[in-house]
Design a protein around this ligand. Structure first.
Ligand code: NAD
Length: 475
């Protein structure tokens, strides 16, 4: 980060903290629209859902052109420089995770690159018996559960997709992102109302909690649940008895074989692993390197932002520091920078350090557990086939994301087939898989367990058929 970025961050931090302390949430202080629980934020979950239901009933009759305009309104509201800075700083300040530089990239990508109504093609079938069309139609009120790790990013991409599809949405966020969610929901409602949309197309509660999320999942007016988070919440959503989209945990491996451009692979892996301090579910969590290039790869990584720990005791102390009694990640260290973690170990590392690197045994918990920290174990394999097999084991059946650095098309194809991951990235950092430096749309709700994959407007739709018998076939 250069000086001006730092200064900008300092100023915005102050603005954000003033906003939070004054209870202001993005709308002009004292304006009528901000008064008591308005602009989409409600004290009770029941009220938030009922308001979203009322809004959706009205929204159903808005022309598609208006829907497209409202989607554009969301894009414009978020990409406004002040708003973008506020949500990015607030995301880091409130959750204590990630970094502002990458939050800016993620929030912008979600706003600019999540598909709108163009994602909803009409299928038509005509013949002697008439004309039949199938359209992507709204579910109604969607309950969207959002994670602490991508708090605003998920709200942005889901709001765009869900509203484009004609739904309204109630967000039940992680309590660690309560202020940010309130601020963003109020901003979006304010802008949507100004653009002529029904009030409360996007709602949330003032004090989110696990109990309120459960209340939302069980509420009869909520027609679809979209759960973005760890395995616990995905399982709960899938047990709700409603249509549910589950976007769950990952533990993405990156395989590097002897045909790869080793220096580029090293740079890409460090870049993907350190993106937002390793918070994204798609980010590189371990590397499997073919033995004959492993030393070269490690050297290039250390020359490009990785800090190598060789000493076994230091690695074990790092595990003790960053893990909890259940063998999972310690919350205080999730989404923290490599420098922060090393500092807590009493290790002084160069300022440009982005990733903590080590060689590890294939059964080491750093390899097997989704830590969401820029800590990167490298496991050696005797050849590319063994590397692919190990990657499959490390991915742990999540079928989420995997990467391969290779020029061998046959092995790239083999790995892509065997891994069965929703996202498979070749010769690039993981984030290329969500449209950042790679072709394709962006989402922060990647639905492996339920199969929608890179979710977009059509994922939040019911397909409905409309039939005209005998007529309107004009050939
Ligand atoms: P989390 O599972 O702790 O929380 C996610 C959401 O579920 C939060 O809103 C939380 O309040 C709620 N929740 C959790 N347990 C609940 C329960 N028992 N009852 C009701 N609500 C509950 O996850 P997190 O720490 O916020 O996010 C990190 C996890 O999410 C990682 O495992 C990561 O891989 C995953 N994730 C997946 C995707 C994806 O698109 N597949 C995207 C982001 C994060």
């Amino acid at each position: 980060m250069n000086i001006s970025d730092e200064m900008l961050e300092k100023i915005v931090k102050q603005v954000v903290m003033d906003n939070v302390q004054n209870g202001s949430t993005g709308c002009t202080s004292g304006s009528a629209a901000c008064a008591g629980g308005e602009l989409g934020v409600f004290d009770s979950m029941d009220d938030a859902i009922k308001a979203a239901e009322k809004a959706q009933a009205e929204y159903l009759f808005c022309p598609m052109q208006d829907r497209q305009r409202y989607v554009q309104t969301i894009r414009d509201a978020v990409t406004d420089e002040t708003a973008l800075n506020i949500i990015s700083v607030m995301g880091v300040e409130e959750t204590g995770m990630g970094n502002v530089h990458d939050k800016l990239i993620k929030n912008r990508a979600a706003a600019e690159n999540s598909p709108g109504i163009e994602d909803l093609p009409t299928e038509a079938l005509s013949g002697d018996k008439g004309l039949t069309i199938t359209e992507y139609c709204a579910f109604g009120v969607i309950g969207s559960i959002t994670p602490a790790t991508n708090p605003s990013e998920t709200i942005i991409c889901n709001s765009i997709g869900m509203l484009a599809a004609g739904n309204s949405v109630v967000f039940s966020p992680h309590p660690r992102a309560k202020q940010l969610t309130k601020w963003l929901v109020q901003l979006l409602n304010k802008k949507l109302i100004e653009a002529g949309a029904p009030a409360n197309l996007i709602t949330t509660v003032s004090a989110p909690s696990v109990e309120r999320t459960n209340e939302m999942m069980n509420h009869p007016k909520v027609r679809m649940i979209v759960a973005t988070g760890g395995p616990g919440i995905v399982k709960l959503a899938l047990s709700s008895g409603k249509k549910a989209i589950g976007a769950g945990a990952g533990n993405p491996p990156a395989v590097v074989d002897e045909t790869a451009d080793i220096k580029k692979a090293a740079i890409d892996i460090v870049s993907g692993c350190s993106f937002d301090n390793n918070l994204p579910c798609i980010a590189e969590k371990e590397v499997v390197a073919v033995d004959c290039i492993a030393d070269d790869l490690i050297r290039h990584m250390t020359e490009n932002g990785a800090f190598l720990i060789r000493d076994r005791d230091t690695i074990e102390n790092l595990w003790k520091l960053t893990s909890n009694e259940k063998g999972g990640p310690k919350t205080d260290f999730v989404g923290k920078s490599a420098l922060y973690i090393l500092d807590r170990m009493g290790i002084k590392a160069p300022a440009e350090t982005k990733v903590i690197l080590m060689e590890a045994d294939k059964d080491h918990p750093f390899v097997r557990v989704e830590m969401m920290m820029p800590i990167l174990p490298v496991v050696r394999a005797k050849n590319v086939d063994e590397a692919i097999e190990l990657a499959k084991v490390f991915e742990n059946g999540n079928r989420h994301t995997s990467m391969m650095h290779s020029k061998n098309v046959e092995k790239l194809t083999k790995m892509a087939k065997l891994m069965e991951t929703t996202i498979f990235v070749k010769n690039a950092p993981s984030y290329a898989g969500i449209g950042v430096g790679g072709e394709g749309t962006t989402t922060f709700t990647i639905a492996g367990p339920t199969g929608e994959g890179i979710t977009s407007a059509r994922s939040f739709c019911r397909k409905r058929r409309c039939v005209m018998s005998d007529q309107l076939h004009i050939r």
